[in-house]
Design a protein around this ligand. Structure first.
Ligand code: PLP
Length: 395
């Protein structure tokens, strides 16, 4: 507590339960400092930010949209808070392509997944019991801690393929599942996902499904939790255009709340009304542009480019005998640090000796200790250089 003037400020005491700095803020600062203080050629494969530019079709759609806003006849003010229908409809139709029956009124356009992973909790009551599968992207867990919810981590390991089984006998209000998972790259197959859906239905929980990497899925894995019809009774999906379209700076994503969860769908509209003023018309037109034949092809090419990056990094790790999780639906390589060292110490050593930035696995929760993550969302040049340096370094 601190006095400002005569007023006693009531800070949210839950901040004291968080790490002092958010993992990726810390990493970003470290890389900036290194670059500013030395002439070293630092290659940042730590933060999962994209490095390649927007697609031509997206840029062209955004230019046209800007011109519309610059014309009195076609100018637009506040966007609809649930999103423009043209984009909601395109997203819903896309889901039909992978056997998920979604309608436009179930899709809400957002400014990305991160904010939603936390603010979705405002649709529910206080003091929630919330389950996360660790290691995981920690933003949702931190947001729940800030709200005063009780967060439990169910730790996965190599033995269970980095996805644990449901904790039968225990119940949670919310269960966060990310598939393909950041950082492990592991993707739930239909069997495992349906086990979790049945568990949620039987225990009265709602699954918050983070599909931020769904566009990296190939093969038979479900591209959405709604590929399982039963999930319509117990799940919300949060998704993002950040990695697939390079929208980390543009900001656009979406949340799907099925009509079977009628009350939550209604509350989401109410939440948007009081807490959100929509996503810019320009961003939404940009996102819409990829739902064309050529747009889809550009996305596919970009995803394959990142996946090839990941394969190149794996070859380098193999050459120095470092174990990695050999997944194919993710832009990340999740690898094991050598025996006798910790995630943090290893990443420090890697940076010092090779100037390659990796994220220490413990930044993704306890389940990540002993591992590190390399991001393949980089240019080919960066990945080749980083691979050369890793291959020639004796750990
Ligand atoms: N969910 C996961 C699993 C992520 O890894 C990330 C970003 O790295 C996000 C959500 C955030 O996505 P957005 O950029 O849409 O906020």
């Amino acid at each position: 507590m601190k006095f400002i003037g005569v007023k006693l400020m009531k800070y949210n005491q839950n901040f004291s339960l968080l790490e002092q700095n958010y993992i990726f803020t810390k990493l970003k600062e470290k890389v900036s400092q290194l670059r500013a203080n030395s002439k070293l050629d630092v290659i940042d494969l730590g933060i999962g930010d994209v490095k390649l530019p927007l697609f031509n079709c997206v840029v062209s759609a955004m230019k046209t949209a800007s011109e519309e806003l610059g014309n009195a006849d076609t100018f637009k003010g506040y966007p609809p808070s649930e999103g423009y229908y043209f984009l909601r409809e395109k997203i819903a139709n896309e889901y039909k392509n992978f056997r998920a029956d979604i309608s436009a009124d179930e899709v809400f356009i957002t400014d990305g997944a991160k904010g939603q992973l936390g603010s979705i909790t405002e649709l529910f009551g206080a003091n929630l019991e919330v389950l996360f599968l660790s290691p995981c992207y920690v933003a949702g867990a931190e947001a729940n801690v800030l709200r005063g919810n009780k967060v439990t981590f169910l730790t996965a390991s190599e033995k269970d393929g980095f996805f644990p089984s449901p904790p039968y006998g225990k119940t949670f209000d919310l269960i966060y599942i990310c598939s393909p998972n950041n950082p492990t790259g592991e993707t739930m197959d239909e069997n495992l996902l349906s086990v979790w859906v049945e568990y949620a239905l039987n225990s009265g929980s709602v699954i918050i499904f983070d599909g931020a990497y769904s566009s990296f899925i190939s093969g038979d894995y479900p591209k959405s939790i709604f590929c399982l019809p039963n999930a319509r009774k117990c799940a919300i999906e949060i998704n993002s255009f950040s990695k697939s379209l390079g929208f980390t700076g543009v900001r656009c994503g979406y949340t799907i709340i099925p009509n079977e969860l009628f009350e939550l769908n209604k509350l989401m509209k109410r939440w948007l009304g009081c807490r959100f003023n929509g996503v810019s018309y320009v961003s939404q037109r940009g996102a819409e542009a990829i739902f064309s034949k050529s747009g889809r092809e550009e996305v596919k090419k970009r995803i394959n480019f990142y996946k090839t990056n990941a394969e190149i990094l794996k070859i380098a790790l193999k050459s120095v005998n470092l174990w990695y999780n050999n997944t194919v639906c993710s832009p990340y390589v999740f690898a094991k640090v050598p025996n006798g060292t910790t995630s943090t110490d290893f990443c420090e050593l890697l940076l010092e000796k090779t100037q390659v930035v990796a994220t220490p696995g413990n930044g993704f929760g306890l389940g990540g200790e002993g591992y590190f993550r390399l991001s393949a969302l980089a240019t080919r040049d960066e990945v080749l250089k980083a691979s050369d340096r890793i291959s020639s370094f004796k750990f």
